[in-house]
Design a protein around this ligand. Sequence first.
Ligand code: FAD
Length: 506
Amino acid sequence: MTDSRVSNIVIVGGGTAGWMTAAALAKTFGQQLSVRLVESREIGTVGVGEATVPHIKLFNNLLQLDEVEFIRKTSATFKLGIQFNDWRRPGDSYIHGFGTTIGRSLGLLPFHQYWLKAARAGRAGPLGDYTVHTLAAPRGKFMTSASDVPANSPLADIGYAYHMDTTLYAPMLRQYAEARGVRRTEGKVAEVKLRPDDGFVESVVLEGGEVIAGDLFIDCSGFRGLLIEQALHTGYISFSDWLPCDRAIAVRTESDGAPPPYTRANAQAAGWQWRIPLQHRTGDGYVYSSAHISDDEATATLLRNIQGRPLCEPFQLRFTAGTRRKLWNRNVVAIGLSSGFMEPLESTSIHMIQMGITRLLGLFPREGCHPVLAERYNAQLKFDTERIRDFLILHYHATEREDTPFWRQCRHMSIPPSLQDNLDLFTDSGRFFRNAEELFAEISWVQVMIGQGIVPRSWHPLVDQVPEADLYRFIADVGRVMADCVEVMPTHQAFIDRHCAIARAG
Ligand code: FAD
């Protein structure tokens, strides 16, 4: 009897996706699996991907990484959210802050329901005044959750993510994975051999002729999708009708002062520009639609808007927003850019790597890659992808901008029915319900919908049960508590200096 156990795993690609996958498999399965990773220094990695969402802490916790060590090794800073400038209209600004709630819920209703009524009466400030994250971020304040405050204090639960140097995270995970038995092979895959009977991948052949066979192949080869697309021709679903940006020009620059604890996303004539502060430098880039601006113009815009001195030549990346038709096809699972890419606006791509790994661990095959496992995996990732897709489209579509052809197109494009439903419900009376395990919760959707200028016609009828004087007092009290909390927070720089600063030369 032959042993059909899935035990030989081959990962093709050593970028963030490849090494995250290798580290997670090594940690969870230990010696039960043989994991081999092939990567090519000559091809290199994509070299961007520095902003994250708070869920990355769960991944680091799975690996039992020490947070301070992780921060020092990746020169990371903390991220309380994303500041969106000029998205609704030029001059407008709001922050999508992390965290679990806006303000404080009252009875059955979330805070924003009461805020809607008070704001309509001119008795409330901007929504951002009622969350610690959105108040602290622009003031350059940061701290992690305090343990010496009452459990219901906003300071007891501060959600955050990181900005990290992408060129340092994968090497750190490589060290971790190799220490746990993952074998790395330097080399370029030249050929992918399929089994003649069922079309499963049998082996990859390196340029020098070495043949690496496996039971399960994880395609982490980046945009080229070496196995999932070039070998298996899985197909791609484009989202470019809704997400028109298809290029980015990126540059690393010198820091120009204390790092703010948030990512900046500044809308531009044909896309938007990111600014990601690290401890030792800043990452800048312009994500744009090539149908609306030339590469030269985009580069000039980027360089005009950076603050520090460039540390490298600007480099270009091209993509089509979308996803593979199947992320698990036969015995190949695509994780990372090989599985698709939407765009970096809400820093969701590394999160999608994490979801790919988590879902794969949940459905990991024991004996052969039975199609039922792949089907469920594909359904789960399709759900994750489409919910994020809708959230991204929201930023482009819900705008008052008509000042350039790009923004006119975004404002007037048709959108997926699933997003339209959410917009209709929110426009009616400010209601939003998170769909199962979708990444972005009510707090995110509400902040972005309000920030982008969607004004609900009304509010939940239960709000009217609170006498108006009590309502306004409640709103004012919550605002005061948030402001008092931010007052006692240290600056982001002071927090880093105290807990996790990188060693600096000299
Ligand atoms: P890559 O980094 O491209 O790695 C591919 C690997 O495959 C490399 O090791 C390469 O050597 C190897 N390889 C390829 N072909 C072969 C071959 N023939 N033989 C051997 N090895 C091979 N994500 C976020 O979460 N936050 C962000 O802020 C963010 N910003 C982004 C901005 C832009 C403009 C873009 C394009 C992406 C951004 N991303 C972001 C996405 C993020 O960069 C990627 O998800 C992440 O870097 C993972 O990439 P990867 O490992 O899939 O691919």
